[in-house]
Design a protein around this ligand. Structure first.
Ligand code: FMN
Length: 172
């Protein structure tokens, strides 16, 4: 599970933390926490010995049954940090046909359409398998993030659980 935001108090990170509480039976959540620590992608660095942050990222994806994203939009597209993370996965085998979905908590009007359009484009380069039923728009105003940094709102949790169920089914 990957949040595209490194902001303290991030709504997207709260959505990912909420998803981790809602895993279908038999699945365990692993939240990638290294987004802000990855070096800038550089093909010259993409060989052994790899940067340790890249080894960890690829290991987590390799071991995952599926991938779930939640990301803000910055300037009409996905944040550069998330694009950078995904660039480290292009050309590798870890993401190949990996069932993938996202929760879009900024889905208010047409806001954030650009970030998920760009996410889809880059995921397709990684050969991830985007599962339509696991790509969910569910508005999450900041007020719905509780002091424990998760969302308790029933409607939001139901939408997130639905995406996870779809990913579980796709990874079976
Ligand atoms: C520099 C900057 C650019 C942004 N650009 C957009 C944008 O193009 N479209 C949009 O809908 N929101 C934009 N936003 C708003 C963020 O996407 C929004 O605050 C989001 O909830 C932040 O996610 P987070 O709470 O997970 O950090 C921008 C915010 C910042 C700071």
């Amino acid at each position: 599970m990957i949040s595209g935001s490194v902001r303290v108090g991030s709504v997207n990170s709260a959505v990912i933390a909420t998803a981790a509480q809602l895993m279908p039976p038999g699945f365990t959540a692993v939240i990638h926490r290294g987004l802000g620590d990855l070096p800038h992608f550089n093909p010259d660095l993409d060989h052994d010995p790899l940067p340790p942050e890249v080894i960890e990222l690829r290991r987590q994806i390799d071991e995952a049954a599926a991938m779930l994203f939640s990301t803000p939009e910055y300037a009409g597209a996905m944040p550069g940090a998330l694009k950078n993370l995904l660039e480290w996965t292009v050309g590798g085998v870890e993401t190949t046909q990996k069932p993938t979905g996202w929760i879009n908590p900024s889905a208010i009007g047409n806001r954030s359409a650009g970030t998920y359009t760009s996410l889809r484009t880059v995921l397709e380069y990684t050969d991830a398998r985007i599962v339509a039923e696991a790509c969910v728009d569910v508005p999450v105003p900041r007020a719905l993030v509780e002091p424990d940094r998760v969302v308790h709102d029933a409607e939001v949790r139901t939408a997130i659980a639905g995406a996870l169920t779809a990913l579980a089914a796709a990874s079976g």
